[in-house]
Design a protein around this ligand. Structure first.
Ligand SMILES: Cc1ncc(COP(=O)(O)O)c(C=O)c1O
Length: 343
């Protein structure tokens, strides 16, 4: 499968088309009958873009696959280095295996052992370091200083990575154009560092779909985008505020592009509890037979809750990005329910 990419900053008469091996798959865009059933009285349907089936287990491979391809093919990088909350690292490790390149993934100590093992299974060298992602990232940058900076892969803050994430909207647009599925009236997506959100917004701008409102999902204690939106300025959470157990969403700040771009759209940030996100994963696997991480469960929890912010939009076709995630199992979800407070 080929992926054509126009190099940025090239004038129209010298457009350069690069062709890389596409590392992500075109994912299914389907209606969820169990979720639609919840919205019968609103006469609305719920649609899923199921990126949980990506070969690396999450949407991250879209952007990371493109970025890794670029640095390997254009900058002759021989060693990919990434700091990660888990899923970016898994995508870099997968990309490295497919491209035949050595990978080093630095993860904070809070990452579940099941994720560490999955990344090792891809053949990556895994280093567990620091309590939060920022600590792991400092070490990844140190390693990259010695090994070659071009090999450093940021998990969410990179224009090529955002470009790769826009493929999620390319595919949705193609399905809508072919009459396979309807144009969504609202899109739900989870936000950590904001890379997924940027990819979606860039995709919507590309197709003149900027009228579609977005509901962003975060948890209390990983609410950096919610806070920036509320304060109308890019805000960094204090370390003491990052209390969510859902580490893949727990960045202290979204990247500035996410905040700046969001100003051009109708965005409704909603917070759910860790418990609601975990419960949503368990309900969803029962109903749809698809197991996701609580980072993704945060978006699903909003659908199960039916908040007024969503109902007030009077949507007829609700689309949720099922972003996936590796740090999950039925037993770990059930285990975390034993300790998470009922709010
Ligand atoms: C499964 C999953 N969903 C959503 C996100 C949020 O993505 P982003 O950091 O691009 O906002 C992440 C981030 O790691 C993730 O792993």
């Amino acid at each position: 499968m080929g992926l054509s990419v126009m190099s940025p900053n090239t004038s129209c008469d010298s457009i350069e088309i690069k062709s890389y091996t596409q590392l992500h798959i075109n994912s299914p865009f389907l209606e969820s009958l169990p979720l639609s059933k919840l919205y019968t009285s609103e006469n609305a349907k719920v649609w899923m873009k199921i990126d949980a089936v990506q070969p690396s287990g999450s949407f991250k491979i879209r952007g990371i696959g493109l970025l890794c391809n670029k640095v390997v093919n254009e900058k002759n990088v021989k060693h990919l280095i990434c700091s990660s909350g888990g899923n970016a690292g898994k995508s870099v490790a997968y990309a490295g295996r497919k491209l035949g390149i050595k990978t080093t993934i630095v993860l904070p100590t809070t990452i579940p052992e099941e994720t560490v093992e999955k990344i090792r299974d891809e053949g990556a060298n895994v280093i567990v370091h620091g309590n939060i992602w920022d600590d792991a990232d400092s070490l990844a940058r140190e390693i990259a200083l010695k090994e070659g900076l071009d090999g450093y892969i940021h998990p969410f803050d990179n224009p090529t990575l955002w470009e790769g994430h826009t493929t999620i909207i390319d595919e949705i647009y193609q399905d809508v154009s072919r009459g396979i599925s309807p144009k969504p009236d609202v899109i739900l997506c989870s936000v950590g560092g904001g890379g997924l959100l940027i990819g979606i917004l860039k995709g919507l701008e590309k197709y003149n779909w900027s009228d579609i409102p977005i509901i962003t999902a975060e948890t209390y204690g990983s609410h950096s985008f919610w806070k920036s939106h509320k304060e109308n300025k890019l805000t960094k959470l204090e370390i003491s505020e990052v209390t969510s157990t859902i580490k893949t969403l727990a960045t202290r700040s979204v990247c500035s592009e996410a905040f700046e771009m969001s100003r051009r759209f109708k965005i409704i940030p909603i917070l759910v509890s860790d418990r609601e996100a975990v419960e949503a994963c368990l309900k969803y696997v029962d109903q749809e037979r698809i197991l996701v991480e609580p980072a993704c469960g945060a978006s699903l929890a909003i659908l199960y809750k039916k908040p007024t912010e969503l109902l007030n939009l009077n949507p007829k076709n609700i689309l949720t990005i099922v972003c996936g995630g590796n740090g999950t199992s039925i037993s770990s979800l059930n285990k975390s329910l034993q300790t998470l407070p009922i709010l």
